[in-house]
Design a protein. Structure first.
Lengths: 593, 829
């Protein structure tokens, strides 16, 4: 029974998988295999391996079975009760259960991507140091320490063109060089795993699926800048990520990969997890450091930049999880290889968290420079429910909207900024024709103004004042001057705010006014919401021409305010209606206004 | 230096300057709301935004952005104006426009900027906040509805006061400054937060509705409480001092004050002030004319002078000005011819007048207040240094928190200082200070850490042989401090690049006398930590002019009676006339019975005071004097700083200054005219007082002048005595409460609102054992007497040790103490 020939059963156990019952599925595989003596039957060892997330969480529990004969076959939506059948048929009888196989779109979804950062995720057991070592784990740091000077490591990073994945897109090599250039015996490396953007979960997935690669990335940074102490700041809402990372750190200490004289290389590196309190703004680097220091997570003015005066006043280098995850690949495969991927100004790949009205939501890693259109249509299967694409919000709550006519914008830092959006942490929220853009702006602004730390005036009061105006508009009480006021204020708030939150929070408003001004005007002058989305402006009636008499609205209405009989056009009884919009959402023919 | 251009002006500034600093240097004003030069950069209000050519696309906060070479800055473009106006409009959207009843009106940065930027309309509308106003705490009215979130209150309380009463809570528009659990403020009431609040969110309750800010006449002076010598500005209207006014440019302390300095001014216009002379007739004090009173005093003094000058004695408070002290000395030593003149119970000045004199040949500290932030290691005797000298406490806070100074505290109890980050405390058994300091000296010698140069100094051999007899182990056992801690402290002190020793003194600290001072001086001399920045020893004199009293020798110098002997002399009949100026022995000297007996003895007693104190009530003649706000003169504070006080109001009632009274007595007794202004007397002082020779009133200016000293170090062996302990009894320590200084602060409304009566403080374990809790009454009994006190339970007191402040006349602790460093007492419910 040679190792190579072993049958591998990979079970996704990211947060998504676990919540869908991956643990139970795993247990069932183990039980069935043991009870039936499958190993003996097929003459091979069956390894049940838990892996990290592979991006398409909507289809969990995902199970890959790799055998010599059938290659890799993916089953999705696997339930514990199906396991026995899968084992019997697929493994013992060597017949693939075609009907239970993941649909072709799963493969398209996977194949259209380019997985560098996420190579380990979904493939290896994140809880096993050996699995990591088998994938050349800690080879990169070894190469750095043994064959390169700190300066040449930084050079390599500079040449690779890697830019920070935390949102700002600052060239990583340059950032390291600043910190390296600051004199000081005590320096810190921080990994920012606060991941506050709602909807984004790539950092979590990496920590859950490949925690060792973060440790290695941080060690390399530590070596390059002369830091011997590291912190990973993880939001407390990520218990599994914390658990896996802690486990990895413990193992590293035990095996001499962390601590004094790591791996016998003669350099020290200590690493510790700091749990974040969960405020969005704590992801901002200076607020994050304040939070580690035990202070309230409130941004501090820069300069001084962390590289000069960071954590506890010491030179500090802070990078995002995804940034650190890139590092070992760059060292192992070389800066030139990395620089050959992507566009002129954005190298390598970027992971996006695609959500909203798209067919397949999830994490996708694509080469920088792929167009937004390709991400949405080729990778994620296009718009759900056959509705019309309207826009995509790129860059998280303070990103901007990209309308249909510039869908061919490439996903790289500069093109997105030019389009009025941004890369941010890589959130893409896809919106269809039922989405009101004023409401979208209101929604995101409501998030950012809630999350404002309250330190600086433009953000603390300005966002609230803008929100008040947007609410007025969505309720039909807007005035035409409001649009200019929003534009002026938004521009000033961006320029005047202290930290990135305030500096970007007006983006959703500014970009929706830029591309969808007519929707604002319709709300103000016609007192109508063109997308029939803003409750206050709905007429609460069925449009007879559009109604196909399907009765979906009747089922959806919780208060019996719909009258419908087979073959009849539905009717909405206004007196009973509580304006909950269930019927509106249920109607696939946009027949309610 | 860095060169840059601001609004087309070339500016050259230090490289750590911000754009704001540079603009200020160039005479360009950039508006600020949240910036304060004393505090760490914050960058919250965004009022100071400017444009920088090299940083296009954003507006740059001038207050946090350091200058760089070649920077081109614009401070008033349209875009900047739009942004600043937006900031103001947004602030005004939430800020209540209750300016007509706001105490800050006129002194409000928001109001002033709104006016300057002509923000007369608001394009937004919103509801105002409805936070509850804290009316509950005694001194500070907190109206968070007016708060503009500059964070200064929380920052100053954290960074400088190191109390940490406030923090930001909540997020977004709901964010606000809060106290723990949003309860009423309960802090040390220094008022620093009020002083920096740019709006009326924090106001001084005692000043509420007293006067509009612009109606106040502002007079610069010096605080008349402790020896720190904080400068202050008195706010005067209708001949009344109504408040202290914050001026961030005053003094080394940037205008910060402690609770009593800021809130203790009400004694000036107190209705308890004496307004006419009083003469005792038929056993009661009745109003008299100045003429009658002075005649009586002159006749009694001249009679006594004729029969026996040494039968005249004087107790003169170090709260008087140098000029007054000078005249008093002249009156008693030269005109009458008695050397029996003293103050502070005779012991509270000995650290200066004997200890430093012995060890350095001068009666002043070789070190300065500014050394505190410049040293590497700070050795503080007694955590009470914070309570006795709170603003020096701020300096210690800053030294530790900003400069990373290594703080070591040798103390018989814990306190605010011991809680500072990384402070190392050595809690010892009461009364073992000298032993411990000797042990440190011994350890320095044992470890060969003494400065080679010290070996040739006088006293080295004597000290060495005296220390040879000292056993660190025995001291360790007697003092309750581990041997390793002692030797470690010795090593660290000796090896520190710079080290400074602080010793607070005063009536509450009888143990802090000449021996302890010399023992400490030995450490500095042995290790060569002298005559260098950040090195040496700084004695913290108790009262506003304790240093002046030492400089002017208000103590017996030629065999006269000291304070104790003067009181005994009264009782024995040897002293026939006792002249008391501003001292209150009945309350503030130990052994109350002794003072009372002396005053009842039949000696003719003259008391000059602001109030009819417990002592004045027993006098034959009482003369009303002016407070520091009604006169001119100079005080010499900790670190030898000679500063001017200025007249802010005219005399209360018929009071005269001590200077005027003394001058008249001198004229009448000597027959030669004695007059002259304060300035003229100061010239005489300069001519006759060591160190003062280069000073004149003109040269003192607003900040005063530190007079120079030359020291001649000598090692002085002192013997520490193993403190006796009494089984089953508690060690009673007396001392200063944070809110009081001497007995005068009892006439200040502010201090009394926060701490209005005496108390006995003890630790939780002892409280548990005695079955008492906070607020209970406890009976305290010593060999001398007994007393009931309110209980305060805290974390400061080690087991078996209790503390009582000495300022109060009711439950007067001096009825159970006799002037020993430790009094052994029994406690019962
Ligand atoms: C409001 C705000 C929230 C942020 N949240 C995150 C976050 O959750 N994770 C992250 O990596 N960076 C976040 N950032 C960016 C960080 O400040 C910082 O730029 C980043 O961690 C640097 O890493 P990089 O150079 O690898 O991108 C945030 C910034 C702002 C202004
Ligand atoms: S009065 Fe002093 S101690 Fe109290 S909150 Fe204000 S600054 Fe802090
Ligand atoms: S209370 Fe005053 S000092 Fe404190 S944050 Fe508010 S405005 Fe600033
Ligand atoms: S009492 Fe002392 S510390 Fe307080 S303000 Fe006056 S001089 Fe300063
Ligand atoms: S004064 Fe500069 S931001 Fe407030």
């Amino acid at each position: 029974m040679s190792e190579n020939a072993a049958i591998k059963i990979l079970i996704c156990q990211g947060t998504g998988g676990v919540s869908m019952g991956a643990k139970e599925v795993e247990a069932e595989f183990l039980r069935v295999i043991a009870e039936k003596g499958v190993d003996a039957t097929v003459g091979k060892r069956c390894d049940v391996i838990k892996t990290g997330c592979r991006g398409l969480c909507a289809n969990d529990v995902l199970v890959d079975i790799i055998t010599e004969e059938q290659g890799r076959v993916t089953y999705d939506f696997v339930l514990p009760e199906e396991v026995e059948n899968i084992v019997d048929e697929h493994i013992v009888n060597k017949t693939t259960l075609e009907k239970r196989k993941a649909k072709p779109y799963y493969n398209t979804f996977v194949d259209q991507q380019m997985r560098i950062v996420m190579t380990g995720c979904g493939q290896i057991n994140p809880e096993s140091l050996d699995a990591y070592l088998a994938e050349d784990g800690f080879k990169a740091v070894e190469q750095c320490v043994k064959q390169m000077t700190p300066a040449s490591v930084i050079d390599e990073m500079k040449k690779s063109g890697l830019r920070g994945r935390g949102g700002g897109g600052f060239p990583t090599g340059m950032k390291w060089s600043f910190c390296a250039a600051t004199p000081g015996k005590l320096k810190y490396v921080i990994c920012n795993a606060d991941e506050g953007d709602p909807g984004a979960f790539m950092d979590r997935s990496i920590l859950e699926g490949d925690p060792y690669c973060i440790i290695e990335g941080m060690m390399i940074a530590g070596y390059a800048i002369g830091a011997t102490y590291g912190y990973v700041y993880v939001r407390a809402e990520y218990p599994l990520a914390i658990e896996r990372l802690q486990m990895a750190i413990d193992v590293c200490y035990e095996k001499g990969y962390l601590g004094k004289n790591v791996m016998g290389f003669g350099f020290d590196f200590d690493l510790r997890i700091k749990k974040g309190a969960g405020a969005f703004v704590c992801g901002e680097e200076t607020a994050l450091m304040a939070s580690i220091e035990g202070e309230r997570g409130m941004p501090r003015p820069r300069p001084p930049f962390p590289a000069v005066k960071g954590l506890w006043g010491k030179p500090t280098n802070i990078n995002n999880v995804e940034t650190f995850a890139n590092v070992r690949h760059i060292i192992l495969k070389g800066a030139e290889w990395y620089a050959s991927l992507g566009t002129e100004t954005t190298k390598g790949t970027k992971i996006f968290a695609v959500t909203g009205k798209v067919k397949h939501t999830g994490l996708v890693e694509v080469p920088a420079g792929m167009t937004v259109r390709d991400v949405i249509y080729s990778v994620c299967g296009g718009i759900a429910n056959n509705r019309k694409f309207k826009a995509v919000q790129a860059g998280g709550p303070s990103g901007g909207c990209i309308p249909a006519d510039i869908l061919d914008t490439p996903v790289d830092y500069d093109s997105l900024i030019k389009a009025g959006a941004m890369m941010g942490s890589g959130g893409l929220v896809v919106m269809d024709e039922t989405t009101c853009m004023v409401d979208v702006a209101r929604f995101f602004l409501n998030f950012t103004r809630d999350e404002s730390c309250g330190k600086c005036v433009p953000c603390r009061i300005g966002l609230k004042a803008m929100l008040d105006i947007l609410e007025r508009i969505t309720e039909g009480r807007g005035e035409m001057t409001d649009i200019d006021t929003l534009l002026e204020m938004g521009t000033t708030i961006k320029k005047a705010s202290l930290c990135g939150l305030g500096q970007t929070a007006p983006n959703p408003i500014l970009s929706t006014i830029k591309y969808f001004r007519h929707e604002y005007e319709a709300h103000i002058t016609d007192k109508r919401c063109p997308s029939n989305c803003c409750k206050e402006l709905l007429l609460w009636q069925v449009i007879p021409e559009k109604c196909v008499k399907c009765g979906a609205c009747l089922k959806a209405c919780p208060v019996d305010a719909i009258k419908w009989e087979k073959g009849q056009i539905a009717e909405l009884v206004k007196e009973k209606c509580t304006k909950c919009k269930s019927c509106y959402d249920a109607c696939r023919f946009m027949a309610i206004e | 230096m860095v060169n840059l251009t601001i609004d087309d002006k070339q500016v050259t500034v230090a490289k750590d300057a911000t754009i704001f600093d540079a603009a200020k240097a160039a005479g360009i004003r950039i508006p600020i709301l949240c910036h304060d030069k004393k505090l760490h950069p914050f960058g919250g209000c965004r009022m100071c935004l400017v444009e920088v050519e090299q940083m296009k696309g954003r507006l740059i906060p001038a207050c946090t952005t350091p200058v760089t070479e070649g920077m081109i800055v614009r401070t008033t473009t349209d875009e900047i104006m739009t942004a600043r106006k937006l900031v103001l409009e947004l602030l005004l959207l939430k800020h209540p426009l209750d300016c007509p009843v706001c105490d800050a009106a006129g002194d409000c940065d928001l109001q002033n900027l709104t006016y300057e930027y002509k923000v007369n309309a608001n394009k937004f509308t919103d509801e105002k906040f409805r936070w509850d106003i804290d009316y509950e705490n005694p001194l500070i009215e907190r109206d968070q509805n007016r708060c503009i979130h500059c964070g200064k209150c929380s920052r100053i309380c954290d960074e400088i006061v190191a109390f940490g009463a406030y923090s930001f809570v909540n997020r977004g528009i709901e964010a606000k400054i809060s106290t723990p659990f949003d309860e009423k403020l309960d802090c040390e009431y220094c008022g620093s937060c009020i002083s920096v609040c740019p709006v009326g969110a924090l106001i001084a309750k005692p000043f509420k509705f007293k006067a509009r800010w612009w109606a106040l006449n502002k007079v610069k002076s010096v605080c008349s409480y402790c020896g720190t010598g904080c400068q202050l500005t008195l706010g005067v209207k209708d001949n009344k001092v109504l408040t202290t006014v914050y001026d961030e440019d005053q003094g080394f302390h940037n205008g910060q004050l402690c609770s009593r300095g800021r809130f203790g001014y009400q004694f000036i216009n107190s209705d308890k002030r004496l307004t006419t002379p009083l003469i005792k007739k038929n056993g009661t004090l009745v109003p008299a004319s100045w003429e009658e009173a002075i005649d009586l005093v002159v006749s009694r003094l001249s009679e006594a002078k004729k029969s026996d000058p040494s039968s005249v004695a004087a107790l003169v408070t170090p709260r008087l000005t140098n000029e007054e002290l000078y005249l008093f000395r002249k009156l008693f030593k030269d005109v009458i011819g008695t050397d029996s003149i003293d103050h502070s119970a005779g012991y509270a000045h000995k650290a200066l007048t004997e200890g430093l004199k012995e060890s350095f040949g001068i009666t002043a500290s070789p070190s300065l207040i500014e050394d505190i932030q410049k040293t590497d290691l700070l050795l503080v005797l007694k955590s009470d240094a914070y309570e006795t000298h709170p603003v020096i406490g701020f300096e210690i806070n800053l030294a530790v928190k900003r400069q990373g100074v290594d703080l070591r505290i040798l103390s018989d109890k814990s306190g605010k200082l011991t809680r500072l980050p990384d402070a190392k405390k050595y809690i010892h058994k009461p009364g073992s200070e000298i032993l411990l300091v000797n042990a440190i000296a011994k350890s320095i010698l044992d470890q060969n850490l003494a400065d080679p140069a010290a070996q040739s100094l006088p006293g080295f051999d004597a000290l060495k042989s005296a220390l040879a007899a000292v056993s660190i182990e025995q001291i360790s056992a007697a003092a309750g401090v581990p041997v390793e801690a002692i030797t470690r402290l010795a090593t660290d002190y000796a090896k520190a690049g710079k080290a400074l020793i602080l010793l607070p003194i005063g009536l509450g600290y009888p143990g802090h006398g000449s021996e302890l001072t010399s023992a400490l001086a030995n450490l500095a001399i042995l290790t060569g930590k002298l005559n260098k920045e950040g090195c040496g020893i700084l004695i913290l004199g108790e009262k506003n002019n304790s240093q002046g009293a030492a400089d002017l020798a208000i103590h017996p110098t030629a065999g006269g009676r000291d304070a104790g002997a003067i009181l005994e002399g009264c009782t024995s009949g040897a002293v026939k006339v006792l002249y008391i100026a501003g001292e209150n022995p009945v309350v503030s000297y130990p052994d109350k019975a002794k003072s009372v007996k002396a005053l009842e003895s039949g000696a003719f007693v003259v008391v000059q005071d602001l109030f009819l104190t417990e002592t004045a009530q027993m006098a034959d003649v009482v003369l009303p004097v002016k407070s520091f706000a009604e006169k001119c003169g100079t005080f010499t504070s900790v670190g030898r700083n000679v500063q001017q006080i200025r007249k802010a109001i005219s005399a209360v009632g018929q009071s005269r200054s001590d200077r005027e009274i003394t001058a008249e007595l001198i004229s009448k007794l000597s027959g030669a005219a004695c007059g002259g202004s304060s300035a003229e007397i100061f010239t005489e002082i300069a001519a006759s007082t060591p160190g003062y020779s280069s000073l004149s009133t003109d040269s003192l200016g607003d900040n005063g002048v530190i007079y120079p000293v030359v020291i001649t170090p000598k090692l002085v062996p002192v013997v520490g005595v193993v403190p006796e302990t009494e089984e089953g009894k508690f060690a009673l320590l007396i001392g200063s409460s944070l809110y009081h200084c001497g007995t005068m602060s009892r006439y200040g409304e502010g201090p009394m609102l926060v701490c209005g009566e005496s108390y006995l403080e003890l630790g939780r374990t002892d409280a548990g054992k005695l079955g008492v809790s906070e607020g209970d009454t406890i009976k305290l009994k010593s060999a001398a007497g007994e007393l009931n006190l309110k209980v305060k339970v805290g974390t400061r007191m080690p087991e078996g040790v209790v503390f009582v402040p000495y300022h109060f006349e009711t439950s007067a602790i001096n009825s159970v103490t006799a002037g020993n460093p430790v009094t052994w007492v029994t406690l019962s419910r």
